[in-house]
Design a protein around this ligand. Structure first.
Ligand SMILES: Cc1cc2nc3c(=O)[nH]c(=O)nc-3n(C[C@H](O)[C@H](O)[C@H](O)COP(=O)(O)OP(=O)(O)OC[C@H]3O[C@@H](n4cnc5c(N)ncnc54)[C@H](O)[C@@H]3O)c2cc1C
Length: 465
């Protein structure tokens, strides 16, 4: 079909408009206050990057149109879920890069030591912001933080979904049943949302007086488990994230479909730690994958867009995302029916944590996570399902899995983790399978099944204690 020049120009104009301004469907007002005298603040939380960040872009657009100064604030909570020093170090190093990138743009960056709940009044009194913008996160604690700030703030407070390509609230207004129910909704909206980003503008002189951040003091303020140390194979920050992405696009994506389920192959992107801390935008990743017209990218985009955004949907519309109560009815009934089934092996939390089960493959997966901070995606399913098989009850199993996942995985404490564990242990987003001991109708995975898929001995050798 031929397109006339007029139509071409119209299409280009529409594309330009989409790229240059923030789609209002990303923006959600969290209180009924008006714009007030005072600067615009972007409260950076989930999306810890300067580039390709719709929340920061929106904050800057407001600052320019309202002729206000713009600054960014981050609240460093001394602890968060079961995060340990490993993840905090990854995050803080990423934030240091944020500080220097913002400096180049003349945008001040303030770090408050303490949770947003503790520090809200201090922050509001110190700066009297005229508008606050924050990013979107479906986790309960983050929602509480935002609600609290929105209540206390005497100015407009907006939440901008800078994490999902199709904003979570927009993709669906309810908890979706499975990938097949959310896929058509997201796919239909992708042409509207999967755009390029505008560049941030350098800010003119502003009235802030900000001192250099004392990062040593920030490290000292932490109250976390320091025995889980940083890892060396992956480096934090926006620049590193872009390097990993470029390597994936140039070298790895062509084999992704074929090799991603083989834990002995380096076929996955390794983007999850960066996506988790918001050090890279999923929209940028998908945009580049699509623009390069890479073959074999369908499976990767299914994970990066559909599965990833389905996880946010699960956590946003289900407050029980981290417990047995969140499972679908059929799974809860079936697991309850099999609660008293005899377990051939039963392990304590410590035995799991130390990788001391009878199953060398499971122990290797646990050690991969403990040592590397990132277990292979295929092994995560096997790992969580075996925790169900060898725990006293499904309730105990989900607790153990979340604790270990959040403590050791760089990408833990994320909607992806809670949903992946709920899929494995509680049949979330899955269907009922043939009934069997302990699992009831929840899908089962076996050691022999893995043996048929990849070289189990090699994986064990490489990851054992
Ligand atoms: C029990 C269990 C626990 C999990 N815990 C986490 C977790 O804590 N954090 C986390 O980010 N992911 C988790 N996942 C999902 C998935 O295993 C990881 O996202 C993936 O292995 C990360 O590696 P990658 O970035 O190299 O993945 P790639 O295969 O390169 O995928 C690219 C991106 O797509 C998304 N993605 C891939 N697989 C899934 C999936 N199954 N569900 C949702 N999104 C997906 C992720 O954002 C990922 O970074 C878990 C899955 C299970 C079954």
């Amino acid at each position: 079909m031929k397109i006339s020049n007029k139509e071409k120009i119209k299409k280009q104009d529409t594309e330009k408009k989409k790229t240059n301004s923030v789609n209002e469907k990303r923006i959600h007002s969290l209180n009924k206050e008006n714009f007030k005298e005072g600067p615009v603040f972007y409260w950076m939380s989930r999306d810890q990057r300067v580039d390709d960040n719709w929340a920061l872009i929106y904050a800057q657009q407001l600052a320019i149109s309202e002729k206000k100064d713009l600054a960014v604030v981050f609240f460093l909570s001394p602890f968060f879920a079961d995060a340990s020093f490993r993840q905090y170090d990854f995050m803080i190093k990423g934030l240091k890069e944020v500080e220097s990138k913002l400096k180049e743009l003349n945008i001040p960056f303030f770090l408050f030591l303490g949770s947003p709940i503790e520090k809200a009044n201090f922050f509001l009194n110190k700066f009297s912001p005229g508008i606050i913008v924050s990013d979107f996160d479906p986790l309960k604690i983050k929602r509480e933080w935002r609600e609290e700030m929105a209540k206390k703030a005497k100015c407009s407070f907006f939440e901008v979904d800078a994490h999902n390509i199709v904003p979570c609230r927009e993709a669906s207004s309810k908890k979706e049943y499975a990938a097949y129910t959310i896929r058509p909704k997201i796919t239909k909206m992708l042409p509207e949302f999967l755009t390029d980003f505008p560049k941030l503008k350098k800010q003119r002189k502003n009235n802030f007086q900000n001192e250099k951040i004392d990062w040593e003091k920030a490290y000292k303020s932490l109250s976390v488990d320091f025995s889980v140390t940083p890892v060396k194979w992956i480096k934090p920050g926006e620049t590193e994230a872009k390097k990993i992405l470029s390597n994936f696009l140039n070298k790895k994506i062509k084999n992704y479909s074929k090799e991603r389920n083989d834990p002995n192959k380096e076929a996955q992107s390794n983007l999850s730690p960066y996506l988790h801390f918001g050090q890279i935008s999923a929209q940028r990743v998908a945009f580049l994958v699509k623009r390069k017209k890479k073959e074999n990218c369908k499976d990767f985009l299914e994970e990066l867009i559909i599965r990833k955004e389905l996880s946010d949907n699960y956590c946003f519309y289900n407050d029980h995302y981290d417990s047995f109560d969140g499972f679908p009815r059929w799974a809860k009934d079936s697991l309850t029916k099999h609660k008293k089934d005899k377990r051939e092996y039963l392990y304590s939390g410590k035995e799991f944590e130390n990788g001391e089960t009878h199953d060398e493959l499971w122990n290797a997966a646990q050690m991969e996570m403990v040592k590397k901070g990132k277990m292979h995606g295929y092994m995560r399913m096997y790992w969580a399902k075996k925790i169900l098989e060898w725990s006293k009850s499904p309730k105990e199993a989900i607790k153990t899995a979340i604790y270990l996942n959040d403590k050791y995985e760089l990408d833990g404490r994320d909607s992806r983790g809670y949903t992946g564990i709920a899929w494995s242990i509680g049949g979330v987003h899955d269907r009922a399978w043939g009934e069997r001991l302990i699992f009831g109708k929840v899908r089962y995975m076996s050691y022999n099944g893995s043996k048929g898929k990849f070289n189990v001995e090699k994986y064990i050798k490489e990851n054992k204690h």
